[in-house]
Design a protein. Structure first.
Length: 367
């Protein structure tokens, strides 16, 4: 009987691929998909909005980039650790810094072993290939999963069901540490309900690159061979693994600050959005704020552009002139993601900028 694997995720679900016509107006577009998204997401998509937004924002006095926590830059401590990292050939398993990182993550997640990989996508793909090695094997996914959304609160039930049915469970834990901090539980308490877990180092943790796949020794041994086959074997990878080690040191304080800033911003949206848009501070548990546009005359793209544009009826102050970059998430939603490069002062600037934009739209619409 063909094997089956359940996949869980601890990350925000991403919208489907945008269409070329939505990024490059007037050009020929790809065929329409089932769930199109408006233009202007500005993060993680080829060409268009991301570079235009960042280029325009660079001319502003202050830029608060809330498109994603992937935009973080390595801090001074990471750069120093990278420069001083002890290295070896990791394809042979001889890089001491990579080995240290893998040991740290395995212990953190309560797993037997771990493997450093270039990206979360590769980590998830390798896990799927490990769990579903035979032709005809099946993979079961939540209908909004990034890898095609189970919440942490259901992970124990999912594992129980999986055991009953003889299934294996893999978790896409891109923001697993955000969930653990928000729930005040050890990461291993979440990962313990899964057979394998991938952990991203380059989102809220702030490392420049890399993810770690953790699981039983047998799975990780097979994953190492698959990583090589997929072109993911890196030689002196300790140079980048060193940043991951720094990122894991004291991550709780960093992520808690991100969560506080997200709730502050959500509160500002809820208090000032009125009939135009809203957010729900009580539902903001981690670093992601979803803003729902409620007025049919206003689109998320309109809000995104005005947040980006700077002084919209402001007083010429730094707060008024600040450019705030956010992402259009769906036809009626914006997404703002807080991270280690967004300070308390930046959060206040973003909230102030949002209030100015809402006031400006109210005046235009006669609200």
């Amino acid at each position: 009987m063909a094997g089956r694997t359940l996949l869980m995720q601890l990350r925000a679900p991403r919208p489907r691929l945008l269409h070329r016509q939505q990024h490059r107006r007037g050009s020929a577009g790809w065929s329409r998909c089932a769930r199109p998204c408006p233009a202007g997401l500005g993060w993680g998509f080829p060409g268009g909005a991301a570079r235009r937004d960042r280029g325009f924002a660079a001319s502003r006095a202050t830029v608060v980039d809330l498109r994603s926590d992937t935009v973080t830059r390595p801090c001074a401590a990471m750069r120093q650790a990278m420069a001083e990292a002890r290295v070896g050939d990791d394809v042979y398993g001889e890089d001491p810094t990579v080995n240290e990182l893998q040991g740290l993550v395995a212990e953190l997640l309560g797993m037997e072993a771990a493997l450093f990989v270039p990206s979360g996508t590769m980590g998830n793909l390798i896990a799927v290939m490990c769990h579903c090695p035979e032709r005809g094997d099946e993979m079961l996914l939540g209908d909004r999963a990034h890898i095609h959304l189970y919440e942490q609160g259901a992970s124990a039930q999912v594992r129980s069901l999986a055991d009953e049915l003889g299934l294996r469970v893999h978790m896409d834990g891109a923001r697993l540490l955000n969930a653990a901090v928000a729930l005040s539980v050890p990461p291993a308490a979440i990962a313990g309900h899964c057979h394998s877990v991938s952990l991203c180092l380059s989102k809220g943790l702030g490392a420049p690159v890399g993810s770690v796949l953790a699981g039983p020794c047998e799975l990780v041994a097979r994953a190492r061979r698959l990583r090589k086959a997929l072109g993911g074997g890196m030689r002196q990878a300790g140079v980048v693994a060193a940043a991951g080690i720094v990122a894991l040191a004291g991550y709780e304080e960093t992520l808690l600050a991100d969560h506080r800033h997200a709730k502050m911003f959500a509160r500002a949206v809820a208090e000032h959005g009125a009939a135009l848009c809203t957010a729900w501070p009580d539902k903001v548990d981690t670093n992601i704020v979803m803003v729902t546009v409620t007025d049919p005359r206003v689109t998320p793209e309109m809000l995104r552009q005005q947040l980006l544009a700077g002084d919209a009826g402001g007083s010429g102050t730094e707060e008024a002139d600040a450019a705030v970059l956010v992402g259009v998430w769906s036809e009626r939603e914006l997404r703002a993601v807080f991270h280690r490069d967004v300070s308390h002062a930046d959060t206040l600037r973003a909230a102030h900028r949002f209030r100015l934009v809402i006031d400006n739209l109210r005046a235009e619409l006669g609200c």
